[in-house]
Ligand binder design. Sequence first.
Ligand code: NAD
Length: 480
Amino acid sequence: METYMMSIGGQPVQAERTFGVVNPATGEVFARVPAGNTAHLDSAVAAARAAFPAWSRTPDADRQAAVHALAGVLERHMPELMDLVTRETGKPLGGLNGVGAGMEVGGAIAWTHVTADLSLPVEVIQDNEQARIEVHRKPLGVVGSITPWNWPLMIAIWHVMPALRAGNTVVLKPSELTPVATLRFVELAGGVLPPGVLNVISAEREAGVGEAMATHPGIDKIVFTGSTPTGRRIMAAAAGNLKRLTLELGGNDAGIVLPDAAPGADPEALAARLFGVGFHNNGQTCACLKRLYVHDSLYEPLCQALARLARDAVVGDGLQADTQLGPVQNARQRDYVHALVEDARAQGARVLSGGQLPEGAGYFYPPTVLADVRDGMRVVDEEQFGPVLPVIRYSDIDEVIARANDNPNGLGGSLWSSDPAGAAALALRLECGSVWINEHGAIQPDAPFGGVKQSGIGVEFGRYGLEEYTTIQTVKIMKG
Ligand code: NAD
C-alpha cells in the first residue's frame, strides 16, 4: 500500500504517524498519509512566508508560465490522478453524464489554464495635469486553503491557482477523508514551483490544523470550501489578524419547473436533464439541484419519469467502466442521508425509488426519488448532500419563488421552461449567487461563482475571483 508525503518548503515530509484513507466503494484503507500537526503547520507557514518576497516579485509573465506548467503536470499525470480521486471519493472514473474523476482532473486542467491567462492590469483612474492615480492589485501574502471531500482535487486547484497567479504563496490542508490526490499533486508541482511557494499538510481532524490555520498570525487569507457551520467557526477564529476570507459554503439549491417546461407534456427528456443535475456525483456537489419544485400540471408524470431513471442508474465501484454513480463518500454522510429519507417517509412522503440501506461492503445508497414532500420536512429544509431528490408540488409562481427563497442557503437555483427569456425575467427574484435557466450547477472558469446568505462570502473564478487574492494599492503621482 502506498504511503504519501506532505510537502513543506519543497521537501517531502513524513510525520511520526500515518493514518489510513478509506476507499468508500470497499470500506477498506487503500493508502496511508502523514498525520500532520500544528508544528508542521508552523513550518509550512514559515516556508510560505520565506518564499513570498521572491514569488510576489517574480515577473508576471513568469508566474503565468508557471501556472500553465502546473496544468501540464496535471495533464501528464491525469490517469494516475483520476485513479486516486476515484479511490478516495468513490466517484466513477466516467460517471453519469460524464461527471466523474475524468471531469474532476480535466476540470482542474481547464481551470488552471484559464486562471493562468487572467491578469489584473494597473487601472488608471485619473491622468491629467494635476496628478495621475493608479490602482494596483498586490498579492496578500500567505493564503491558507482548506478543502472538502466531495471534489478534493478540483477545489484545491480552484483555491491554489488564483492565489499563485496573483503572487501569493500557499499552505493547503485537504480534508482528512480525501487527502491523497492533493498530496500527490503538490509533490508533482514541486518540479515547477520554487520551494515554499506551495505547501501541503495532511492531518486528522482532531489534530486541529484547520482551526490553527484560521487563527495563525502568519496566514493573511483563508479560502475555505466546506460546510456552513465550519465556515462560521473559521470566520470567528480569523478575526485576530483580520484575515481576508473567501467562504464557499453549503447549498440547498431549488429548481423550479415552470408549467411550460415540457412541451406536449412529455416529461421524459426533461426528467433526464433534471436527474443528471440532481444526482451526478451522488448529489455530493454544493451546487447540485437539491429541492425540485414542480408545477401541478407536470407533477406526477415527472416524478414517475425521475423514479424510472433512478431505478435504471448503474450504481457500483467507480473503477468499473459502466458505473454511473459510486458510493456515498463516507459512512456518516450515508447515515445522515438515510435518516432524512426515513424522516420524510414517516411524515408521509412516497418513496418512488431507493430509500433502503443496501447490504454489503462500501457506503452505497440507491438513488432515491421522494414524492409528496413538503417544505418543513428535513429532507427539503436541510442540505442533504446525497443521492436523494425531494420533489415538491406547487401551483402558483409567486408562491413557489417565495418558498424557494425561504431557506438560509443561497448558492444556486434554476428555472426550467420552454420560454427561456420569460424564465430569465424571474431569475433576479431568486436569492442565490447563480441562476441557471434550463441547466443547473453549470459552472465555468471565467464566470464568477459564489453564495449569498449562509452559502458564503466572496466569489471564485474569473477576474472577480482573482481579485479576491489581492489587495488594492492606490498610487497618486502629483504633477508639476
Ligand atoms: P466540513 O466543513 O466538515 O470540512 C471541510 C474542511 O474543513 C475539511 O478540510 C476539514 O478538515 C476542515 N475543518 C473542519 N473543522 C474545521 C475548523 N473548525 N476550522 C478549520 N477547518 C476545519 O465540510 P465537508 O463535509 O468536508 O464538505 C461538505 C460541505 O462542503 C457541504 O456543506 C457542501 O455544500 C460544501 N461545499 C461547498 C462548495 C461551494 O463551492 N460552495 C463546494 C463544495 C462543497
